[in-house]
Design a protein around this ligand. Sequence first.
Ligand SMILES: [Fe+2]
Length: 166
Amino acid sequence: MNYKSISQEVSGYSSDNVIELLKKSLNIHWQQTTVLTAQAVHLDRWGYKKLAAVIKADADQEHEHAAANIKRLEFFDIDYQPLTVSPKTWTRHDMVAMIKYNLESVREAAAAERATITAARAVGDELTANMMIPLLQGSEDGIELYESYLKLIEQMGLDNFLTLQV
Ligand SMILES: [Fe+2]
């Protein structure tokens, strides 16, 4: 069996730059999956059930995005191991810090996703660009969400915001 025929060779189809960006997006998404999963449990435990549900749904979506990156890396038969997922520490029991942490994370993800789309299109790898668009949409939705939370806190005060999240 000719193994070359069962996967797409990167050279001539995509570029090493695109592959590195796919790996970067994968790593960011695993970081988000672990952090958001933990935050959802934390928020639920401390009574913020509504916000916990939103964060849990976001964790599930980031898990799916991680899988989308893996699927594309598998298409090119790229080994992305060893995988080291090492997110920065988020602060427990500090709602504003948590929201700012998540906002920074989705901004980082969006930057990597935009870079991947640009790099993929530059070498004619349209399917990587297309695969990345829903991920960028998810990140931009996240930016909107966390910015709106910060605005609400600024306008109604933290205590009122927290009351809404119970
Ligand atoms: Fe995502």
